[in-house]
Design a protein around this ligand. Structure first.
Ligand SMILES: C[S@@+](CC[C@H](N)C(=O)[O-])C[C@H]1O[C@@H](n2cnc3c(N)ncnc32)[C@H](O)[C@@H]1O
Length: 203
């Protein structure tokens, strides 16, 4: 994964700053809304790839949670805040991880795809499908470029650290190769203006 690395972006690695920006941008509440829509079973087994500080756990006290992130600052913060409420791994999720993991009801890729190139996504999804229950789903949530986009939304998305923000077609072209069914929706956030793309992928 290649990332822009200018000063302001490095700041975003700090958990406090990251969480603050996410709240101001209404990303935290949007993520909550989406995840609540899909996770209905109180003790569901959930794998969160690119979990960041795992804030999503605040809303689901009883789920069986496994979070992976390559950023030690986020993982340390998650371990400190949520202690034994989840299993947290500071590593890239690769094929090797599969053998240590159970099958999951839900796999979350929240804010991850727009950081990855097409081939990285293909590899990741192939591996994730092996540990997804037959009845399970993969939920993705990313920013998106659309035509006639609100100019503030477009500007903010252009400033994102991720270098692979795509159009609807761009995201779906990759995901549709892997799943029987991909339901997707574009959300237009009014304040602060932003455009989100959510998919629910079923094997
Ligand atoms: C935009 S953040 C999203 C964090 C969190 N999911 C959220 O919604 O707040 C993307 C995260 O993905 C992590 N990440 C990117 N590629 C990864 C990989 N291959 N394995 C694990 N984590 C990864 C980054 O370190 C970063 O914390």
């Amino acid at each position: 994964m290649s990332q822009k690395s200018r000063g302001i972006y490095n700041l975003l690695s700090e958990t406090f700053f990251y969480s603050f920006v996410q709240k101001v941008m209404s990303a935290t509440s949007f993520r909550e809304k989406i995840v609540k829509k899909y996770i209905k079973k109180i003790d569901a087994k959930v794998l969160d790839i690119g979990c960041g500080p795992a804030e999503i756990l605040s809303n689901f006290p009883k789920i069986k949670y496994y979070g992976y992130d390559i950023n030690p600052i986020y993982i340390n913060s998650a371990k400190k805040k949520f202690t034994n409420r989840g299993k947290f791994f500071c590593k890239k999720f690769t094929k090797n991880e599969i053998k240590h993991l159970p099958k999951f009801d839900h796999i979350l890729l929240l804010g991850v795809l727009h950081h990855l190139g097409d081939e990285e996504i293909n590899d990741l999804i192939k591996n994730l499908k092996k540990i997804l229950k037959k009845t399970g789903n993969i939920i993705t949530l990313d920013n998106i470029f659309i035509s006639n986009q609100n100019l503030i939304a477009k500007f903010l998305i252009e400033m994102d650290k991720g270098e692979n923000v795509r159009s609807k077609k761009g995201y779906l072209n990759i995901l549709k190769n892997h799943f029987k069914q991909v339901n997707s929706k574009i959300y237009h956030q009014k304040f602060i203006p932003y455009t989100w793309f959510v998919t629910n992928c079923v094997k």
